[in-house]
Design a protein around this ligand. Structure first.
Ligand code: ADP
Ligand code: AMP
Length: 214
């Protein structure tokens, strides 16, 4: 069972690396951020509630995201393993995950802690662009598409996320430090955490991750 958690601040490269790991190891990427944005787009009741937190750079209440992950982990495609990207983000979420995985006879094998200089994060997030159709991730400077504003993989247009503006990013970074960073200690206690230097070349970081996972 290849249960993996990607831990790290907003902009650390969790989504970028999760997509590669998912393709290489044939296990699904479970991004609570993506699932919440999908709910917002579909205008569900949960989406409307979540949006009020996301627009402020706040965290969506624990019970909402825990429910999403509990349901998702029961899908058949999680049988071989899964990559949690952006969950858990609080100690209560991590404790709930421990209960859920135990109940489903699943196991977290490795927690990858992506470490990036704080000052790099703002520039990464301000320049982030996402494909509206396939979700591929770009950066206007660090990982630009071949044609401006168009996805290399599917040709659809790229957009900037609503919460990737400076004041919202600052709030997200504050919430990361307050609520999510304590998880590093939580997982140090389990012996499953491995730190990954996540500055520099995307391919080189991915190669380091593969070495850890193999
Ligand atoms: P997260 O999911 O942790 O918030 P992303 O994977 O969305 O982070 O990456 C944030 C932005 O930084 C994206 O625009 C991405 O293209 C870019 N990025 C990811 N990894 C690197 C890297 N090693 N160097 C420079 N930019 C990167
Ligand atoms: P992300 O795509 O991971 O950057 O998440 C975008 C936003 O979704 C965050 O700023 C939060 O508002 C919300 N979110 C995503 N995952 C969680 C989580 N595990 N707990 C609480 N809120 C979350």
């Amino acid at each position: 069972m290849m249960g993996i958690i990607l831990l790290g601040p907003p902009g650390a490269g969790k989504g970028t690396q999760a997509k590669r790991i998912s393709a290489a190891f044939s296990i699904p990427q479970i991004s609570t951020g993506d699932m919440l944005r999908e709910a917002v787009k579909n205008g569900t009741e949960m989406g409307r509630l979540a949006k009020t937190y996301m627009d402020q750079g706040g965290l969506v209440p624990d019970e909402v995201v825990i429910g999403i992950v509990r349901d998702r982990l029961q899908a058949p495609d999680c049988g071989k393993g899964f990559i949690l990207d952006g969950f858990p983000r609080t100690i209560p979420q991590a404790e709930a995950l421990d209960r859920v995985t135990a109940a489903l006879a699943k196991e977290i094998r490795t927690v990858l802690s992506l470490e990036v200089d704080e000052k790099e994060l703002m520039e990464r997030l301000c320049g982030r662009r996402t494909c509206t159709a396939c979700g591929a991730m770009y950066h206007v400077r660090f990982n630009p598409p071949k044609a401006e504003g168009k996805c290399d993989k599917c040709g659809s247009s790229l957009i900037q996320r609503d919460d990737d503006k400076e004041e919202t990013i600052l709030a997200r970074l504050v919430n990361y430090r307050k609520s999510t960073e304590p998880l590093i200690r939580y997982y140090k206690g389990t012996g499953k955490i491995r730190s990954v230097r996540a500055s520099g070349d995307i391919d080189a970081i991915y190669a380091d991750i593969v070495k850890i996972l193999q």
